[in-house]
Design a protein around this ligand. Structure first.
Ligand SMILES: *Cc1c(COP(=O)(O)O)cnc(C)c1O
Length: 374
């Protein structure tokens, strides 16, 4: 049995489009090198196939959020490729991180103290990125704590600082004046660390009309999401296709789905497809949004169930409704940006919610990079 016959729906992943998006961002920010952010299993697309593809494109820096994600990805990376952990380390996780050879992003003074102590107990320098808060108030040392650090350089004993970073709060809107304020705040803090490479820009930051420091950290744009509100120059990377399980015709005035929240206004043909909120299809799309059958838009009617949803296919030619007929949920006619807008969310949430039950079919995969593997 093919996995596409046993799964509810098929997630098509175009690794060649991913590679093209990587090249497009590299071109955009040249000569700054581009790191790939592959947290949340590569935004739902698969961290390992994403990393393999981008290593072949010359990518040498990766970012995940958690030590557990680093542990899962590290064996797939060749020697010399840097793997950073954005959220840093919980107390007690330092030795595991050192043994793995991942690079924590140190976000606070207590994290710096523990990493320094770990380096000293192991008797060897340990690499780390240092995050400073340039205005987002989420992670990183505020200016006062940077001053504390500068006043006592011994706090960094044993730590080999390989990157100074911060994160933009409003980069998806190039017109937002806060971008320039954060950039200036970051530059001012970075002046205290003159020989450390600097990284500020995510996908949105890559499209700001200014230089991009020493490393860009691209996520969403690699995966085909819009880096900037309202325009999307990236190539779509995923398509999601389901197949109908069953169709039925009901009279006008019939209730559909849990709570009978949709009442048919005419004799209605309903198609049920095996994708629900447990697959990451947002429950907010009950009675909102649509799918496509061939070129035809078919509205979602009724609530989204855990494992299925219902479509109004009354106007669709019979030939397109045979059992197993393909239904496009994400694809050329319906982008992730459109699905996100219908659901009142952002493409990031649609991508990272893509469920483990989908059959993932990769296209454009490179052969494993044996010659580079450690
Ligand atoms: C997630 C994340 C990124 C990537 O952001 P995109 O908007 O997806 O490009 C970069 N840096 C940090 C610190 C992040 O948390």
């Amino acid at each position: 049995m093919q996995q596409e016959d046993t799964a509810g729906a098929i997630l098509h992943i175009d690794l060649e489009a991913l590679a093209q998006n990587y090249r497009a961002i590299c071109f955009q920010v040249a000569p700054t090198p581009v790191a790939a952010v592959v947290k949340a299993d590569g935004y739902g697309i698969g961290a390992i196939p994403v990393a393999r593809t981008l290593i072949a494109e010359g990518c040498r820096h990766f970012f995940v959020a958690h030590l557990s994600e680093a542990a899962a990805l590290k064996p797939a990376l060749p020697q010399g490729v840097a793997l950073h952990i954005l959220n840093g380390l919980h107390p007690g996780a330092e030795n595991a991180c050192a043994a793995l050879g991942a690079i924590p992003v140190l976000n606070a003074l207590d994290q710096i103290a523990r990493w320094s102590a770990t380096a000293q107990s192991l008797g060897r320098p340990l690499p780390a990125a240092l995050q400073v808060d340039s205005g987002m108030s989420r992670l990183g040392l505020p200016a006062e704590e940077v001053a504390t650090l500068l006043a006592d350089p011994g706090l960094l004993d044993g730590i080999d600082l390989t990157l100074l970073m911060s994160h933009l709060a409003c980069a998806d809107d190039p017109a937002d004046a806060f971008n320039a304020r954060q950039t200036a705040a970051f530059e001012a803090l970075a002046r205290h660390f003159p020989h450390i490479p600097r990284s500020l820009d995510n996908s949105g930051g890559s499209f700001l009309p200014r230089p991009h420091f020493d490393l860009v950290r691209a996520g969403i744009a690699l995966y085909g999401g819009a880096p900037t509100l309202g325009t999307n120059p990236m190539r779509p990377v995923i398509a999601l296709t389901a197949r109908t399980i069953q169709t039925r015709t009901v009279p006008a005035g019939t209730g559909v789905g849990y709570g009978l929240t949709h009442r048919t206004g005419r004799p209605t043909r309903i198609a049920t497809i095996p994708v629900g909120y447990a697959d990451g299809w947002p429950r907010h799309l009950g009675n909102r949004g649509a799918a496509y059958i061939g070129p035809h838009r078919v509205p979602i009617i009724g609530r989204i169930s855990m494992d299925s949803l219902t479509l109004d296919v009354t106007d669709i030619p019979e030939a397109l409704l045979r059992p197993g007929a393909p239904v496009e949920l994400i694809g050329p006619r319906q982008s992730i940006d459109q699905v996100a807008a219908d659901a009142g969310t952002i493409a990031y949430e649609i991508l990272t919610g893509l469920g483990p039950r989908y059959a993932r079919l990769y296209r454009g995969a490179r052969p494993a990079l044996r010659s580079m593997s450690a």
